[in-house]
Design a protein around this ligand. Structure first.
Ligand code: MN
Length: 230
């Protein structure tokens, strides 16, 4: 017998797409890559493990398109992490690297907000990172640009300004794991599908936000992400 929900079901969040007015990219899952820029791994006291990338996830309902958010609950050390976000438009598993880019729908600027104090406490106790990473409004994203409009991933600059000062600055080509390598590796563990987002890690220069902070993240060729913390 078919079941009906006993309360309203939240629809998937929809991300605007540049050049496709009225249409949205329906988000399925959010994967995030850890330590994908060597200088950021170093600033966190870690070394890059070139043998294997690792991931954490955020709920699709952590996604936020707003230009203003409240300071998150339960933390006194919330950090910004500016990231290049890959949006998948097709599904598959065990994808070879040579075919991985065929699955890409587009790209966006994103910010992986992190409750660093809770993440650090979890690391100390060898517990999962969920409290530090997966919380409301923790996956900020700007409108998507279609892959064909963006072109090849290369030495595009990725920057984040905090209250007008450049805090993070790197090149997409600084990533330890390339986008096809990440997609291919992830697809060995998940049946990837259209609607999945991959936050590909952050460059060095992460830091705390306060109530009143203004963040502006930019990647060459993409719509910038701007958010204020209230
Ligand atoms: Mn991150």
């Amino acid at each position: 017998m078919a079941l009906t929900p006993v309360f309203p079901v939240s629809p998937p969040p929809l991300v605007p797409i540049t050049g496709q007015p009225g249409q949205g990219f329906a988000v399925h899952r959010i994967f995030c890559v850890g330590r994908n820029y060597a200088a950021h791994a170093a600033e966190m006291g870690n070394e890059v493990d070139r043998e294997a990338p690792f991931y954490f996830t955020k709920s699709a309902h952590a996604l936020c398109l707003d230009d203003s958010i409240r300071y998150p609950l339960g933390t006194t050390d919330c950090h910004y992490e500016m990231e290049f976000v890959v949006a998948l438009g097709a599904g598959a598993h065990n994808v070879p690297e040579a075919a991985a880019m065929d699955m890409v729908f587009g790209y966006a600027c994103g910010i992986d907000l992190t409750r660093r104090d809770l993440q650090a406490a979890a690391k100390d106790k060898r517990r999962p990172w969920d409290l530090g990473k997966d919380f409301e409004n923790s996956a900020l994203i700007a409108p998507l640009t279609r892959a064909a409009d963006f072109g090849q991933i290369g030495p595009q600059s990725i920057t984040l300004e905090h209250d007008g000062d450049v805090a993070q600055s790197a090149l997409l080509s600084d990533m330890v794991w390339s986008v096809p390598e990440i997609i291919s590796h992830l697809s060995r563990y998940y049946h990837l599908r259209a609607g999945d987002l991959i936050y590909t890690g952050t460059p060095a220069g992460v830091g705390p936000v306060q109530s009143g902070s203004h963040l502006c993240g930019q990647i060459d060729g993409l719509s910038p992400i701007r958010v204020g913390i209230t």
